[in-house]
Design a protein around this ligand. Sequence first.
Ligand SMILES: Cc1ncc(COP(=O)(O)O)c(C=O)c1O
Length: 365
Amino acid sequence: MTARFFDPLLRAELSELQPYQPHAGAFEVRLDANESPPLLSAEAIAALAQAMIPAQYNRYPDPRAMALREAIAAQHGASPDEILVGTGSDEIIALLLTALDRPRPRAPAPAIVTPSPTFVMYRLSARARGFKVVEVPLDAAWDLDANGMKRAVDFARPNLIFVATPNNPTSTRVSVDRLRAVIEAAPEALVVVDEAYVDFAGAGAEAQGALRSAYPNVAVLRTLSKVGFAALRVGWLVGPAELVREIDKTRQPYNLPAPSQQGATFVLRELGAEIARTRDVVVAERARLSTGLAALGFSVTPSEANFVWVECERPASEVVGALAQRGVLVKSFQASGGRLLKRMRVTVGLPAENDRLLHEIAACR
Ligand SMILES: Cc1ncc(COP(=O)(O)O)c(C=O)c1O
């Protein structure tokens, strides 16, 4: 049976999308996916493994994930009914787009507004649900173009605005005053402030956390994936209880497996010191990696995340391809074209992995 058979049944937007496929193949050093390097202590690994064992294998997990939501709420000074948990923040993004999809009066489809470049799942998830996607280029310093965002809001009347800060792939934080201006210009939209990388950000990141209490149309996205626990697939939204209650209707009751719920609860309650240590190593290595790349002639954007945003002297895919042949995988953004042509993103790895990258890349410039 050919794919054409299903064409009349398929959502039209799918013809423009590709399945998300991370680079296949074996690489000695993988610095392509913004995961944390393996820095957990042996004791923490053993204790986490123990904590993840379900009390009863025959039973479904807690559909309300109460223990986990309480642990998350305690961290945010929020109440559990302001917390929605998902299999990664990817699922939360999908749930938001599923629930908040009513087109504005006289508009053919609902819309989202995002800066560009940013995390690809906002666009992919939105297109897969028939949303129009309006992208507003970040300014020359990779900060929000507040006026451009406001114009896009006036013109597109979005249901949702997604802003990642620190942003992927640029590693930069947006100015809080600009973000405030966008939030205030869009009182009819939900503004999702995605803080996936906030643990690696410099001073002042609390100001963006305060936006949630200051504005009723703001929700915050967080994840355990970047601080060492990507395998658990646990992310969450902190937002108004009335929003969480509605989004929750679109969630599958058992979306989060028992080992993930129990593991994440344990991480949040017991492994704060391990996360802090991981962050400190990554931040120190990020500085060393940035300096090393700059010494080799690459231009490196000052990073507030667990990866660095690098400009090469030639098209990025050439450098990334040469590195891959030498066993080191990083991510090229050449395909996006324009000012991303020479850009690549390098996740901060273990000290030895960063040394290896610096060694190999010296020969691939
Ligand atoms: C900005 C941003 N948000 C969310 C995610 C996805 O996180 P999760 O693993 O929780 O689905 C990523 C992953 O790369 C990201 O870069």
